[in-house]
Ligand binder design. Structure first.
Ligand code: FES
Length: 168
């Protein structure tokens, strides 16, 4: 069984398998919806449920308050559709988003600050990489783990990616 997820207002649609969180389903089908932690902590994947039902999974109160949940807000990384649904995703313009691509990268430098490290990744010159201001990337680690970070440098310098990584 699968459910259809429609993004308002442009009516882009994708499907989620039974039990599959919305964000996972979108990624699997090449849709680059806003997100960061993928674990209900940051709130970056917040969306408005316009129609249908979801089961909202465990999350931090800071990411989604009870008041926001009562207003129909959800976290896409840990919400599982229970029917066909319609979502409004603030600031998301599917037509303007570049398609999801996977690139190798080399660590060009790491600069350690008091509580943040600035990691610069060098990308291959071809094929060219383009991104939008505020866009995230997923770093795929050798052990299979995935970490998401926002790109800190300007899209006018797409040959390197600068990431600001907070110490834990
Ligand atoms: S991606 Fe962080 S709360 Fe969903």
């Amino acid at each position: 069984m699968s459910y259809t997820i429609t993004l308002a207002p442009d009516n882009a649609a994708f499907t989620a398998e039974a039990g599959e969180p919305i964000l996972n389903a979108a990624k699997r089908q090449g849709l680059n919806l806003p997100h960061s932690c993928q674990s209900g902590i940051c709130g970056q994947c917040k969306a408005e449920l316009v129609g249908g039902e979801v089961a909202q999974g465990a999350h931090a109160e800071l990411a989604l308050s009870a008041e926001e949940a009562a207003q129909g807000k959800i976290l896409m990384c840990c919400a599982v559709p229970q029917s066909d649904i319609v979502l409004k995703v603030p600031g998301y313009n599917g037509a303007a988003m570049p398609p999801v691509k996977t690139f190798p990268a080399r660590v060009a430098s790491v600069v350690y600050g008091h509580d943040v490290a600035v990691l610069t990744l060098a990308l291959p010159k071809a094929p060219p990489f383009a991104f939008l201001a505020g866009q995230y990337i997923d770093i795929l680690l050798k052990n299979g783990q995935v970490r998401s970070y926002s790109i800190a440098n300007s899209p006018s310098q797409p040959e390197t990616l600068e990431l600001h990584i907070r110490k834990r």
